[in-house]
Design a protein around this ligand. Structure first.
Ligand code: KIV
Length: 265
């Protein structure tokens, strides 16, 4: 079973690790065959499974249901489960909702935000719950951000994101996840902080790479995001697509320059 300390060792060896979203037991088994190190039970399920136009309708009960299903199929990967929209608005809600996700089989809970989460991260860690903090494009804040856009594009915005990382890492965050930020900014975060950094649309220097499973299987209807590569198109099976993704991450063939946001800061 992959542990957080295993991910730390991979970071120390500069060996990237794979992560895919997953929502049920069968796909979790397929990811195990492909030796994917980490699985995210993402609240993206609100879009790719439930058919909503954002992640906002997802409830803690939805997350518990899918986390239990994935946990039953998984004997290999470290499982990260998303805390859904407004389920960590207060410290009490955060602790109680994180507890039910861990009891459902998660190993780490993921929360979207920045420095304002520091106390929550500290209390979760005290209670034995590791956290992953998702920064950059945070889909639960789509209505504040004004759309699904690249974040951290100016030096000022980049410095704000670095300060947010500093606060949550000092509070005890076990992992960081960066979505849609310039590659140069993600490289700064990866080099500056001791915890593993997972990226999506965050360039080749992150310690781990994550994609939404449906996207990398070519099940995106409409224009896929710049960072998506379809691993199914040259594969004969879903397991082969997962394996090709894992190998491309390990060999640092994915993400390639065309999947990245190169913006001078
Ligand atoms: O919910 C999700 O799938 C995510 C990924 C986009 C990282 O948070």
């Amino acid at each position: 079973m992959i542990s957080l300390s295993h991910l730390q060792q991979l970071k120390a060896r500069n060996e990237p690790f794979g992560c895919l979203t997953c929502y049920d037991a069968t796909f979790a088994k397929a990811m195990e065959v492909a030796e994917i190190e980490t699985i995210l039970i993402g609240d993206s399920l609100g879009m790719v499974v439930q058919g909503n136009s954002s992640t906002l309708p997802v409830t803690i009960d939805d997350m518990v249901y899918h986390t239990q299903a994935v946990a039953k199929g998984n004997q290999h990967a470290l499982l990260l489960a998303d805390m859904p929209f407004m389920s960590y608005a207060t410290l009490e809600e955060a602790l109680s909702n994180a507890r039910v996700l861990m009891q459902a089989g998660a190993h780490v809970v993921k929360l979207e935000g920045g420095a304002w989460l520091a106390e929550t991260v500290r209390q979760l860690a005290r209670g034995g719950i590791p956290s992953c903090i998702h920064l950059g494009l945070t889909p639960q804040s789509v209505n504040v951000l004004g759309g699904y856009r690249v974040q951290g594009k100016t030096r000022e915005a980049a410095d704000q994101l670095l300060a947010d990382c500093e606060a949550v890492v000092a509070a005890g965050a076990a992992l960081l996840l960066l979505e849609c930020v310039p590659s140069q900014l993600a490289a700064e975060v990866q080099a500056r902080f001791p915890v593993p950094v997972i990226g999506i649309g965050a360039g080749p220097d992150c310690d781990g790479q994550v994609l939404v499973m449906h996207d990398m299987l070519g099940l995106t209807f409409g224009k896929p995001a710049r960072f998506v590569r379809n691993f199914m198109s040259d594969s004969e099976s879903i397991v082969e697509a997962f394996t090709t993704f894992q190998q491309a991450v390990k060999r640092k063939d994915y993400p390639a320059p065309e999947h990245c946001f190169q913006i001078a800061l």
